[in-house]
Each structure stands twice: as structure tokens, then as C-alpha cells.
Design a protein around this ligand. Structure first.
Ligand code: PXL
Length: 275
């Protein structure tokens, strides 16, 4: 596959800020973001929102980081290091969602923002308080360059049950009305299809991104990996459709390289890049 340009040794790479939660099992969340961002030759900065107590079998607990510490991490990074793109993952609470949105506005950030509206783990463990959905829709979505919900998140956010291409378009239209510049409705959880079809919408045109489904039980961190790769491509100045195309090829390669871990679901893996 094609890759992003690598920085010459000793030169400052592009920087992406990930605003997300930590997964102690190292499969998803910030840990997945860091692997992808590093292996794409981009420098990752982080604003940790929550610390989860988690292994491959599920999330047992989490501790949300105080909102002033979340805002402080964002401000500290952008005022010194500077970023060319950002992404959000697990935001845990309505207060954290509101803080991230208010801080983004206060710092007058003009770089692309990818919002992965993480609501639950693949095991169904909640990672976002239900009361935070309003803040996500009303405060963060209008700031987003791109939102990347899976089908469960689509149902929670706009109440549309995606079962086919028509309902996928209905969902994309409803999500776009909430204010993001672009919407990517990921079809990967449509189990009936042998393909993984994601639909990108900018309020005018629908674009499809299609890949063969990779049959693996080890797909932990797939959504995080996709959004992180898209953010890296946007940091390099790609258009949103080109960045989404790149991210889709990257996550498909990471799914093919996924490995078993622990007693549950192993992670998708960008480590193939090292061989
Ligand atoms: O994959 C979504 C996700 C994001 N962030 C954290 C997670 C998960 C899924 O489990 O634990 C911290």
C-alpha cells in the first residue's frame, strides 16, 4: 500500500494530538493511536481523558481525568509544540466533551479535527455517559472536520438503524445536519455483508469506501486506528476523501496483521510496518 511521506531523520515531523482514553490492555484507545501515529512517521501528542481498567475480555472500570487537566494538556501542547491535526476518542463524560469543545474554541484551533464518537467498547461496556450525547451532538460535532461513527454509535446519535445502503445514506444526512463538515458512516459492523462499506458525505455528494471484510476476531482498536490514520493524512494536507481512502487501506492492512492476545479479542496491528 501507499504510505505517508516520512520525515528525514532528525527533522521535526508533523504532529497529531489525540484526545482520548488509555486502555491498560494496550489494544485500543490512546495506545492504538500512538502505534498508528508513530508507524506513520508522525509525532503524537496526547490529552488523556480517562484511564480504563481493561484487558482483552472487557473494561472493568475507568477513572475520568479532571476537566482542567484535560484542557491543560491541550493548551500546553498547542502553545508550544503546535499540531497539524487532532482526533478525539473516549471522552467519558458530558463535562469532558464540553471542556474539549470549549478549549478547542478558546485556543482558536483551525486544524482538521476528527471526532470518533466512542460510546462503548466492543464488549458493550459504556465509555461515554448517556448524558454526554447531547454535548457531543451540540458542542463537539459542529467543530469537527469529520465524524466517524460505527453503526451502534449512529443508532445512539441519530436513532437510525442502518441495515442497507439507503438507511446508511439517511444516517449520514441526519449526522451531517448536526454540523460536522464531513461524516463517515462506517459499515464494518453490518455483519450480513461480506464487504466493509463506509459512506462519506459532505452535505452534497456520497462517496463509498469499500474493502473486503477481513475475517478476524482480533479487531480491538480498529475504529481508533482508522481515525488516527485519517488524522495523520489530514496533518499532511490530504483532502478528506483522500485521507479517508488512506485510512481505510491502513486499517484493512492492520486487520490482516491483527494478533491474538490474552483470552479475549486481540488488537489490530500496524506492527507489520516494522518487517
Ligand atoms: O475502540 C474504542 C475505544 C476507545 N478508547 C478506549 C477504549 C475503547 C474500546 O474499548 O477502551 C479507551
Amino acid at each position: 500500500m501507499d504510505y505517508l511521506p516520512l520525515p528525514a531523520s532528525g527533522t521535526t515531523p508533523r504532529r497529531v494530538l489525540t484526545i482520548a482514553g488509555s486502555d491498560s490492555g494496550g489494544g485500543a484507545g490512546i495506545e492504538a493511536d500512538l502505534r498508528t501515529i508513530a508507524l506513520l512517521g508522525v509525532h503524537a501528542c496526547v490529552a488523556v481523558t480517562a484511564v480504563t481498567v481493561q484487558n482483552t475480555l472487557g473494561v472493568d472500570d475507568f477513572h475520568a481525568v479532571p476537566v482542567d487537566v484535560v484542557a491543560g494538556q491541550m493548551e500546553s501542547v498547542v502553545t508550544d509544540i503546535g499540531i497539524q491535526a487532532a482526533k478525539t476518542g473516549m471522552l467519558a463524560s458530558a463535562d469532558i466533551v464540553a471542556t474539549v469543545a470549549a478549549t478547542w474554541r478558546r485556543l482558536q484551533l483551525r486544524v482538521p479535527l476528527v471526532v470518533d464518537p466512542v460510546c462503548a467498547s466492543m464488549h458493550g461496556d459504556p465509555l461515554l455517559a448517556p448524558a454526554a450525547l447531547d454535548s457531543l451532538r451540540g458542542q463537539l460535532f459542529p467543530l469537527a472536520t469529520l465524524v466517524t461513527p460505527n453503526l451502534d454509535e449512529v443508532r445512539l446519535l441519530v436513532g437510525v438503524d442502518v441495515v442497507d445502503e439507503e438507511s446508511q445514506r439517511t444516517a449520514a444526512t441526519a449526522l451531517h445536519a448536526l454540523g460536522p463538515r464531513w461524516v463517515l458512516v462506517k459499515g464494518g459492523h453490518l455483519r450480513s455483508s461480506g464487504r466493509s462499506r463506509d459512506l462519506l458525505y459532505d452535505g452534497a455528494d456520497f462517496r463509498e469506501f469499500d474493502a473486503g471484510r477481513v475475517p478476524t476476531g482480533n479487531d480491538h482498536g480498529g475504529g481508533d486506528t482508522l481515525a488516527a490514520a485519517i488524522a495523520c493524512a489530514l496533518a499532511h494536507g490530504f483532502t478528506v476523501p483522500d485521507a479517508v481512502g488512506f485510512g481505510k487501506r491502513w486499517v484493512t492492512a492492520c486487520l490482516r496483521a491483527a494478533y491474538p492476545l490474552g483470552h479475549g479479542h486481540g488488537p489490530v496491528s500496524p506492527l507489520f510496518r516494522l518487517s
